[in-house]
Write a protein that binds this ligand. Structure first.
Ligand code: UD1
Ligand code: MG
Length: 455
């Protein structure tokens, strides 16, 4: 195989996205807990694109800031005002004009399109490296407003926008996904010839197909599945994209040996990792950054984000693991326990109703029901350290910064404000007093009062 030509990507994201009816710019809406635009950038990176340019509108500074943070200012082209897809691609010329190689144009609102779906646009034509224009088409269940591909066997003759199409052309079900690839010089040359003399008075990217043919450059379509090229324009389509994304993730994890009795109720993020032999019970939700090893168990109604879970650990039901929760082998986190930024060594347990934030719990330590790591003083966060094998009695408040040594015990209901040395018992609560017979006398008096009143 010859080395592939250098590749670049132009991602269009300058549309207004008004149909989303959302203050958040459309391309920043998430699918699988990742912005749609990041999915598009991921695909371009996975294709090996050396240069990636995102075309943004001046109406959405958030999109610009997002791209600047991930790719740098060199990757931004501004289109203002937006005058069509062809005009949008031309806006990238100033940034990409010096590039030599092939460029692929994709959209920032097509979150399910993967590098593997796009790769065929770069495939060599029988006569060698493809030196013409390639588009990704798909068979549409409902072709609606999509551009229609006018094909002659493998040759793509033209793309006709629905607004310009005759009844005969509207009957065509082969549609344009919007993805197009060409040598960068050819694409910009052709775009310079595109006019806005059409029904929408826009500069159509799709016009380059006919213009290429006029020059004798080859033009072709390669096909992808309709679901993978779906675009998001409204909230209902965002939900539909999410459903397709989740379906693919569930199938992926089932195939990888994860046990789920009700996979349709489990929600994954784009980067969730789960090892084989792990069981995920119904109604578990993963936020980004969750890494679950092999042979763990996540019980129902748990929420797991930015957390690591080792082999043999058991989480939930009704547990919340937040970023930095790091559970060692065999750790048990039970119902209504929240863990944030705490490492729990092997065999440690917090079985009921606790908040463990910012700290370290040693191996086999037992955190009683209702224990709180008081980590925040209103200004700063502080750490709590619980030593190996310590036993923290129920309903204790450990006021950080504080260290409970190895093998210590904390009496139930304690407020611990000072360090406890290994092996010691800490009691931080009022001493109990008992008044013999007091309750019996009190109840007797009250019963008598009540009886007198109700007569
Ligand atoms: C486009 C295609 C159509 C294809 C369809 C697939 C053209 C002329 N038509 O139509 O053949 O079937 O996509 O969904 O290309 N954008 C900009 N600047 C602009 C206009 C658009 O950045 O000035 C971006 C949008 O944000 C969007 C993408 O380009 O991500 C497509 O624009 P849209 O207006 O939705 O094009 P369609 O009319 O749907
Ligand atoms: Mg569209």
């Amino acid at each position: 195989m010859t080395a592939p030509h250098p590749r670049a990507a132009i991602i269009l994201a300058a549309g207004q996205g008004t149909r989303m009816k959302s203050p958040l710019p459309k391309v920043l809406h998430p699918v699988g807990a990742r912005a749609m635009l990041d999915h598009a950038i991921d695909a371009a990176e996975a294709l090996g694109c050396e240069r990636i340019v995102v075309v943004v509108g001046s109406h959405s500074p958030e999109v610009r800031a997002h791209v600047e943070k991930r790719l740098g200012a060199d990757s931004i082209a501004v289109q203002d005002p937006p005058l069509g897809t062809g005009h949008a691609v031309r806006a990238a010329e100033a940034v990409l004009g010096d590039f030599v190689g092939h460029v692929v144009v994709t959209y920032g609102d097509v979150p399910l399109l993967k590098a593997a779906d796009i790769e065929p646009v770069f495939a060599e034509a029988p006569e060698g490296v493809h030196e013409g224009v390639t588009v990704i088409g798909f068979e549409a269940r409902d072709p609606g407003a999509y551009g229609r591909l006018i094909l002659d066997d493998d040759d793509l003759l033209a793309i006709t926008e629905a607004k310009e199409a005759s009844a005969e052309v509207l009957a065509v079900t082969a549609c344009n996904s919007g993805v197009m690839a060409a040598p960068v010089g050819l694409l910009f040359d052709l775009l310079a010839e595109v006019t806005n003399d059409n029904a929408k008075s826009e500069y159509y990217l799709t016009d380059v197909v006919e213009l290429a043919r006029k020059r004798g450059a080859p033009t072709r379509a390669v096909f992808a599945a309709e679901d993978s090229v779906m675009g998001v324009n409204a909230q209902s389509e965002l939900a539909q994209a999410e459903a397709l994304f989740q379906k693919a993730q569930r199938e992926h994890f089932l195939a990888a040996g994860v046990t789920m009795s009700a996979p349709d109720t489990v929600h994954f993020a784009w980067d969730t990792q789960v090892g084989a032999g792990t069981t995920i019970e119904p109604f578990v939700v993963f936020g980004p950054g969750a890494k679950v090893a092999e042979g763990a168990r996540i019980r129902s109604f748990s929420h797991v984000e930015g957390a690591r879970i080792a082999t043999g650990a058991e989480v939930g039901p009704y547990a919340r693991l937040r970023p930095g929760a790091d559970l060692g082998e065999g750790v048990k986190i039970g119902n209504f326990v929240e863990v944030k930024n705490v490492r729990m060594d092997a065999g440690a347990k917090a079985n009921h109703l606790a908040y463990l934030g910012d700290g370290h719990v040693g191996a086999k330590a037992n955190i009683g029901a209702g224990t709180i790591f008081c980590n925040y003083d209103g200004f700063f966060k502080h750490r709590t350290t619980v030593g190996e094998g310590a036993f923290v009695g129920s309903n204790s408040s450990l006021v950080a910064p504080v260290t409970i040594g190895a093998g210590t015990m904390v009496g139930s209901g304690s407020v611990v404000t000072r360090d406890v040395a290994p092996g010691d018992l800490a009691l931080g609560r009022a001493e109990q007093t008992t008044k013999p017979g007091w309750a019996a006398r009190f109840m007797e008096t009250m019963r008598a009062k009540k009886a007198a009143k109700s007569q």
